[in-house]
Design a binder for this molecule. Structure first.
Ligand SMILES: [Zn+2]
Ligand SMILES: [Zn+2]
Length: 63
């Protein structure tokens, strides 16, 4: 399974995210599902939100 490292808001630090099986039909037409889940706490992240979320968590981690 593919995985990515992103800042996780609930965890407050970098976590590994995995892509769960899509239940919303995003991949029905061969597209990519934008949903990723934190392997540690299970929080769901949408790829479109990653940039904004990352900035928030990076600021918190740096504080
Ligand atoms: Zn999906
Ligand atoms: Zn997490």
């Amino acid at each position: 399974m593919d995985s990515r490292s992103w800042p996780c808001p609930p965890c407050g630090e970098i976590r590994e995210f995995v892509q769960p099986p899509c239940a919303d039909g995003h991949t029905d037409d061969g597209g990519d599902c934008p949903e990723w889940a934190c392997a540690d706490c299970g929080a769901a992240l949408l790829i479109g939100n990653v940039a904004a979320t990352s900035a928030t968590v990076w600021a918190r981690v740096a504080a």
